[in-house]
Design a protein around this ligand. Sequence first.
Ligand SMILES: Nc1ncnc2c1ncn2[C@@H]1O[C@H](COP(=O)(O)OP(=O)(O)OP(=O)(O)O)[C@@H](O)[C@H]1O
Ligand SMILES: [Mg+2]
Length: 222
Amino acid sequence: MLLQVSDIRKRYVLGGEDIEVLRGVDLTVTSGDFLSIMGTSGSGKSTLLHVLGGLTLPDSGTYLFSDRNMLALTDNELSWIRAHWLGFVFQTFDLLPELDVLGNVSLPFLYNRTDRSDAQRKVNEAIERVGLGHRKKHRPAELSGGEMQRVAIARALAISPKLILADEPTGNLDTRSSLAILELFQELNERGATIVMVTHDSQVAAVSKKIIKMQDGVLLTD
Ligand SMILES: Nc1ncnc2c1ncn2[C@@H]1O[C@H](COP(=O)(O)OP(=O)(O)OP(=O)(O)O)[C@@H](O)[C@H]1O
Ligand SMILES: [Mg+2]
């Protein structure tokens, strides 16, 4: 077992309105899993992914990741876990516009205690792996959408994380670029990466090993 959450709850109070976004989420992910979470807009998928990534603290529930109690860590411990064990791919890519491909993929190593030459090797390997070896000096504005998405994936996998969290990783891409990204995910998974992916596209979800539906803040079990 890589991670286990149980009875995770999260509510937001905004402008007097009380929204319960996560209403008792239970989920177990085993090493080597490739899981898709599907559900309608607003059902809580991104919020759940943020909780799994230690970016959002839930109001209650338990969360064990690699035997750590993720809800009782100090900020430093959480930063360490994010920098060494977790890779994020967001729909908006979140690339820094002033940095080229090499610079963007190197970012996680600012917070990661890998020695410099080792880090450089890993960054270059990750860029090659996503097929962007010929674009290392390009900035985001000089890349296509599919290429930007691949930079975000290279950045996520460069640290060899225990878990890759991907939120609509093909959301803005055409069919061909989407297929290339999904093949890459399958290859990473075959090499041992554990992946949790959010998507509303059933064709995208079909490449994963397991699909779980999210509805009104809970995961439905089959
Ligand atoms: N920081 C916040 N403050 C207030 N409400 C929020 C906040 N973040 C999310 N919400 C609300 O929580 C609900 C779930 O949001 P979430 O982003 O998890 O949905 P989602 O399933 O990822 O949807 P989509 O498929 O559209 O990306 C939404 O109704 C949203 O308005
Ligand atoms: Mg979302």
